[in-house]
Each structure stands twice: as C-alpha cells, then as structure tokens.
Design a protein around this ligand. Structure first.
Ligand code: ADE
Length: 224
C-alpha cells in the first residue's frame, strides 16, 4: 500500500509514524508513506498558500492552485483508490472505514488548514471527506496520523500475530473482553478462574459473554 500525504506540516508526522508497528510496517516494505509539502507547489514569490475569503469574514482559506498542481502531478504518476480530505465536517471515521481503506493500493490524504480550503478543491478532486470526531483540531495532520495508524495495522502482515487485529474492539461491533496477566493474585484481587482452567472452549465462551456484557454496559449503541 502507498499513502501520499499532502500537508503544510510534514514534521507533525515524524513521531506517530516512526515508532513501533508503523515503523515496522514501513521497514518491512508493506506500506510506503510519502510526504508532499503543499508550500513547495506555491508559485507565489512569498510561497503563500492561503488567502482572504471572498465575501469577507474571519480566517484564511487554502488556495486552490498549489493543491491542484500537487494532486494532478501525483495522479499522473498512478491511479488512486481514494483522495481523502481531513475535515471536521466529514463523515466520522470508524473501524469499518479503516478495514475498507486497508485494502486500497494507493491513497492520498490532503490535510486541511486555516478556515478550510477553497471549495473547488473538494468538488474537483476529493473522493472522501473524513472527520475523526466532533471536535476541531488545529489542522488535519493529527487526524491523518490517527487514520493511518488504524489503517496500517490492518494491512496483512503488519501485525505478526494474525488473529490479533481480528479480535480488536469494534471488529464485530463489540468491545474487547477484559485481559489479565501474571500475577494471578494481586493483593487478593484474583484473575477469573476460567482463564486459569486451560479449558479452551470455556475460555472462549467466557470472552464472548464478557465482550457482550461490556458492550451492553459501556456502548449499548453498538448493539443496535
Ligand atoms: N481537522 C480539524 N478538525 C478535524 C477533525 N475533527 N477531523 C478531521 N480533520 C480535522
């Protein structure tokens, strides 16, 4: 899978995408992540990428030309399954979207900034508008990093324990059951007996029941 990130702040991604599982996915060659600084595509002598909104009002608007030049250059090089724009007014990101995007070959993610981007960019180029929740971030970079983390761990081969991603919370619209490790007794707080029983079928049944009970208690909306 190849991910092209179009951003004004590539440095923001350095931490989240260069550690742990994300780092391994890139090193194993399962995922390629390419950064493109939108500012490099400005032909303005001051490298400006924003301008005042037509009609007045507060805030600046990302200009169409630098973004259009960059998107068109990338589209000439390969086909993209999705061109995503991160924005608080997009459709809320969830595990289903992560699953589906993890099967893509090439995706582009355009990170929003300022008051927004010229609407014509959205109309002409964007195939999917995604929000990571009902709150406003300073820019789309952290939203893109969150999405990439959720997508990349689902790419086959990224997580070595194959079943691990499949048993994540939300994969079947259920939260995960509780988990325990040693010691079996911490100051009198004991691990449920069934988990120490070695009885695989009973353990599986217990986990399913716990997952259901936990979901019913904490996220009843998922069971509807
Ligand atoms: N940009 C600003 N806020 C955002 C959000 N909640 N989701 C995605 N992109 C954003």
């Amino acid at each position: 899978m190849r991910i092209d990130i179009l951003t004004l702040f590539p440095e923001i991604f350095e931490g989240p995408l260069s550690e742990s599982i994300m780092k391994r996915a890139v090193e194993k060659g399962l995922v390629e992540i390419h950064f493109h600084n939108i500012r490099d595509y400005s032909e303005d002598k001051h490298k400006r990428v924003d301008d005042y909104p037509f009609g007045g009002g507060a805030g600046m608007v990302m200009r169409i030309e630098p973004v259009a030049r960059l998107i068109e250059e990338l589209k000439e090089q390969r086909e993209y399954d999705e061109i995503i724009y991160t924005t608080p007014d997009g459709k809320t990101f969830d595990q289903r979207t992560a699953n589906s995007l993890s099967l893509a070959g090439n995706i582009m993610i355009l990170c929003g900034h300022y008051k927004g981007i010229d609407q014509r960019i959205r109309d002409l180029y964007i195939t999917k508008e995604i929000s990571i929740g009902d709150f406003v971030l300073t820019g789309g970079e952290l939203a893109a990093a969150v999405m990439i983390d959720a997508i990349v761990r689902l790419v086959p081969g990224v997580i070595s324990d194959e079943t691990s991603a499949l048993t994540d919370s939300f994969q079947d619209n259920l939260l995960s059951p509780p988990v325990y490790t040693r010691p079996a007794d911490f100051r009198g707080h004991k691990v449920p007996d069934v988990l120490l029983s070695g009885h695989e079928k009973k353990i599986e049944e217990w986990r399913e029941k716990q997952a259901y009970e936990r979901t019913k208690k904490l996220r009843p909306d998922l069971l509807k």
